[in-house]
Design a protein around this ligand. Structure first.
Ligand SMILES: [Zn+2]
Length: 347
């Protein structure tokens, strides 16, 4: 299947942090044809192994399979759902969003209630409504009615946004952070017909709440090197300063020099940059970024595992809908494979 088809499937699936099962099952299906063995660890990280002839280096690819979302925290007596945020979500973008609630009896829609402007006081118009004052309306008449529908405290809630292709190469959808990385990993395995080195492609859980899955996966896999496949902020829209990010959508994968959790080992950086140059794959570099990826955690696992990022420039991340260019995914996958094939020159 094409990048476009795989991204559509993965984007429409729900995997709010801590409840990644549907995405995990999908990743198992997508990676099985291209790998020798798949294991799921105790934290539910999915590890697809492609065996190589050489004993070393063993390379870990990491793409987190979770997404930011909400969790039902309380059900009011009138049947409204109050929620906790799972991962970094801006309170300002929540009101009036359509959402999906994943209960044990099935999935059903709701909306995050908002107050019409007519009845807002002057001060209310200027203020941001904090998430603890917001609620999800599922049309239930009472708490008992909501419970009868199957809703329970702890249920996952995701944004309700369907994947759409805009231009020939531009798509919008939910959870591109990090289904874009997941698709890149699948595509890389597909392109990697054979490799001399063992590659462990890991779909990690709970990245959005502190890179948790990556911690146990990296310890278990015990690789010599790692590459995290994730998204990065594309800042090529009005109102974003070049200082904050100079990465543009459609200009190729971004390689991180440093972010808030990782200073990429110079050898890793050289490996990725020189490979991209040799293969004539366009790339961008970014430094001093705020935020981090699984690479930050893997890098400091055991005695240290040199790690880098190959990131897909994505607009509007951590909001209900992101935008990206499919060509960037294709180039990210090509760079991943070329780097693995080129690894002996550097390590
Ligand atoms: Zn991410």
């Amino acid at each position: 299947m094409s990048i476009n088809e795989n991204l559509e499937k993965l984007s429409n699936a729900c995997g709010v942090t801590g409840r990644e099962n549907d995405v995990k099952e999908l990743m198992i299906r997508l990676m099985t044809p291209y790998t020798d063995e798949i294991v799921v660890d105790r934290l539910e990280n999915v590890i697809a192994i492609k065996k190589g002839k050489q004993a070393a280096p063993k390379i870990m690819l990491a793409a987190h399979i979770d997404e930011v979302g909400l969790m039902v925290k309380t059900i009011t007596k009138d049947g409204f759902l109050q929620f906790a945020k799972m991962g970094g979500i801006d309170d300002r973008i929540l009101p009036a969003q359509k959402v999906m609630v994943y209960s044990k009896k099935g999935t059903f829609p709701g909306i995050i209630g908002s107050k019409p402007p007519h009845i807002q006081k002057e001060e209310e118009r200027k203020k941001i409504t904090a998430s603890d004052e917001l609620f999800i309306d599922i049309g239930a008449e009472s708490k008992d009615d909501a419970l009868a529908l199957g809703v329970a405290v702890g249920d996952s809630v995701s944004f309700d946004v369907k994947y759409v292709q805009l231009g020939r190469d531009v798509v919008v959808g939910k959870a591109f952070d990090n289904r874009a990385g997941c698709v890149t990993m699948v595509e890389a395995l597909k392109l990697m017909v054979k490799t001399d080195y063992t590659v462990c492609a890991v779909g990690t859980v709970q990245e959005e709440v502190g890179l948790r899955g990556a911690a146990t996966a990296a310890f278990g896999v015990d690789p010599d090197l790692a590459i995290a496949l994730d998204v990065t902020i594309a800042g090529d829209v009005p109102g974003v300063r070049e200082f904050d990010t100079s990465v543009k959508m459609g200009s190729g994968p971004a390689l991180t020099i440093s972010d808030s959790g990782l200073i990429t080992h110079p050898k890793v950086l050289r490996w990725l940059m020189e490979t991209a140059d040799q293969e004539k794959i366009p790339f961008q570099i970014e430094a001093g970024l705020l935020g981090s990826t699984d690479a930050a955690r893997i890098n400091i696992t055991r005695q240290g595992i040199p790690s880098g990022n190959i990131s897909i420039p994505t607009r509007y991340i951590h909001s209900p809908v992101g935008m990206l260019c499919l060509k960037d995914i294709e180039n990210s996958a090509k760079l991943t494979v070329a780097a693995i094939n080129n690894v002996a020159k550097y390590f």
